[in-house]
Design a protein around this ligand. Structure first.
Ligand code: C5P
Length: 222
């Protein structure tokens, strides 16, 4: 049976998932799951432990509580690993690439399933943002969106986001990074970034954040 107050937003990097997810969560007063943060945390742990061993990483991941809270005023999701605030440590290209590398690993993906499913509380409603929210984690969601956009537009948006947290990256490097991640995320064997059969695909290249939010709200209120 389909669950009405569960909305999944999947898609390629920089297509506008995060912005849409945040604005819908605020508008509908639903909780928000930014699942990319969990994969980024895996990347951060791998870097810190200097290991590629997924069992070692999963053990560390499960050793502390992971807390993610959307801060409306700061317009960002605060992430705590145990008592340590790792919000900014997750927001760089190196960690994003590590995340994408480990996202191919079935042991890591299986470890993260429960972390993600636990975010849904049927009394509250959830917006789940990621790559496999509609296909694997919440197949029962009534509303599924899959966002795409041109590579140029996505790179511009990513550059803006990185600047906001004080990071400078050259445009050609950013475009290359996005292409590598697209290729890895879309073509991996497990949970590839593809639309669920019952998802609606939206090209956001020429849509403002407000325009996209309104379009989605119209659909789900219909
Ligand atoms: O969305 P974000 O850029 O934070 O995600 C970082 C990486 O984590 C992605 O490139 C992807 O490889 C991985 N990811 C994933 N499945 C998700 C969320 C993120 O594979 N549900």
């Amino acid at each position: 049976m389909k669950v009405n107050n569960l909305i999944t937003i999947d898609g390629i990097s920089g297509a506008g998932k995060g912005t849409l997810a945040k604005s819908l969560a605020l508008e509908l007063n639903y909780s928000l799951l930014d699942s990319g943060n969990l994969y980024r945390l895996v990347g951060l742990i791998a870097k810190r432990l200097e290991t590629n061993n997924s069992e070692e990483i999963a053990k560390e991941l499960n050793s502390r509580k992971i807390t993610m809270e959307f801060d409306n005023l700061k317009d960002l999701t605060e992430v705590f690993f145990g008592s340590e605030r790792v919000t900014e440590d997750l927001r760089n290209e190196e960690v994003a690439m590590e995340a994408s590398n480990f996202a191919k690993d079935s042991f890591i993906r299986n470890t993260l399933i429960k972390h993600q499913r636990d975010y849904f509380d049927s009394n509250k409603g959830l917006i789940a943002d990621g790559r496999d929210m509609g296909t694997v984690i919440f197949p029962e969601a009534r509303w599924k969106f899959f966002l795409i956009a041109s590579i140029e537009e996505r790179a511009k948006r990513r550059l803006r986001q990185l600047k906001e947290v004080g990071l400078e990256v050259k445009m050609p490097i950013l475009i290359d990074n996005i292409k590598v991640r697209d290729e890895q995320d879309t073509n991996r064997d497990i949970s590839p970034t593809v639309p669920a059969e019952d998802a609606l695909t939206i090209d956001t290249s020429n849509l403002s954040a407000e325009g996209l939010k309104n379009k989605v709200l119209e659909i789900i209120k219909d």
